[in-house]
Write a protein that binds this ligand. Structure first.
Ligand code: F6R
Length: 365
């Protein structure tokens, strides 16, 4: 049922204050995190030599968003694997590894094949899924359900933000034995409690994103630059635009800009730069200056109140979003991108909920 909405994707985007609340329900308790499905395995995870995130598409991007804070709070190296690439390479996986499989449906063929491969190599296998009773939930040793509610739109939206929040809670649980990071953990837990309210706030950008979509309706291509916590936001934002609006779009690591992508910059190609306030902020400011010097068509996403410092020349379009704990900022920042992809699709006259050639659950390799 779509209720008052025109499309499931639209409904699922606007549902996020609620879906995130259900994801966290009963799991945050006075400055600590309780994840029933993980608690008996936390010791093994803490002793693992490496944590490997494995997934496809949006689920991979959610894991990429979680990587920096999982590394920070656990002190364990975290590596990333696209399921199909791990299988193609038959990459090394060891008994001392913890492999975390992320999948909304829990039925994606590549992810399930990678799971069998990791089980065969003796790794501890953890599942993060939205689907109770799915193959992923049944075949992993332990795991966490994201409880985002059924997602019908082919383009994943609310599952993405709930996956990030679950992995933030996992990172907090794994790192809970470290005294030195306790103030940091408490700040993140407070940030999690406030997140639904901040998500409701950023959803008010809907009209602004529709206007932005109108200005981009006929462009051939859209680049999205992010780094640090928001490298994943760049990849996921671009994936949303390409899969539903059927417009070429690429997410790029801003740190790689000078190593090739800079050659593409001219007055016509729109470029979204994610420059919300975190440790990488000054580096993103200099990226904006360099793009500006080459007359790039800039759209900058920044924290509320930062508009004049990110765009002193006043020549770029600015999207201001609420500022939250740095590691939770990807949950906020993806929402304007979801709204933009949605409006671009509607304005261009394409099918929002059933994009051309795509299926909700990819059950073949
Ligand atoms: C993008 C999208 C796909 C899926 C991917 C993995 O919006 O929906 O990229 O994320 O096919 O699916 P799950 O998470 O079900 O394993």
């Amino acid at each position: 049922k779509k209720g008052n909405y025109d499309h499931f994707m639209q409904k699922e985007i606007h549902e996020q204050p609620h879906s995130l609340t259900t994801t966290m329900r009963g799991r945050l308790k006075d400055n600590s995190v309780v994840l029933g499905g993980l608690k008996d395995h936390l010791k093994t995870i803490r002793h693992s030599r490496r944590i490997i995130f494995i997934g496809c598409g949006t689920s991979y991007n959610a894991a990429l968003a979680a990587r920096p804070f999982l590394e920070e709070l656990s002190g364990i190296p975290v590596t990333m694997e696209l399921a199909s690439d791990l299988l193609d390479r038959q990459g090394p996986i060891y008994r001392e590894d913890t492999a975390v499989f992320v999948s909304q449906s829990g039925e994606t063929a590549d992810t399930l094949l990678a799971l069998e491969y990791a089980l065969g190599n003796g790794a501890l296998c953890v599942g993060v899924t939205n689907t109770v009773g799915s193959t992923l939930a049944r075949r992993t040793h332990c795991g966490v359900h994201i409880n985002a509610g059924c997602e019908i739109g082919v383009a994943s939206t609310k599952a993405y933000t709930s996956q990030i929040v679950v992995m933030a809670m996992m990172a907090l649980a794994i790192g809970a034995d470290k005294i030195s990071t306790q103030p940091r953990r408490e700040a993140i837990i407070n940030g999690l409690s406030d997140l639904p309210k901040n998500v409701a706030e950023v959803l008010k950008l809907d009209g602004e994103m529709r206007d932005l979509a109108k200005s981009l309706i006929d462009t051939q291509s859209l680049l999205v630059f992010g780094r640090g916590y928001n490298y994943a936001t760049a990849l996921e934002g671009a994936l949303k635009v390409k899969e539903v609006a059927l417009m070429h779009s690429e997410g790029m690591l801003a740190g790689e800009m000078k190593h090739g992508p800079l050659a593409l910059v001219d007055e016509t190609l729109p470029i979204i730069v994610i420059a919300t306030h975190d440790a990488c902020f000054s580096k993103q400011q200099s990226v904006i200056q360099q793009l500006h010097a080459r007359k790039g068509r800039l759209i900058v996403m920044c924290s509320e109140g930062d508009a004049t410092s990110v765009c002193p020349m006043g020549s770029c379009r600015v999207i201001e979003v609420p500022q939250v704990a740095d590691c939770l900022q990807p949950v906020i920042n993806i929402i304007p991108m979801q709204l933009l992809a949605y409006h671009l699709t509607v304005l261009r006259g394409y099918d929002v909920d059933q994009p051309r050639n795509l299926a909700k659950s990819v059950t073949t390799e």
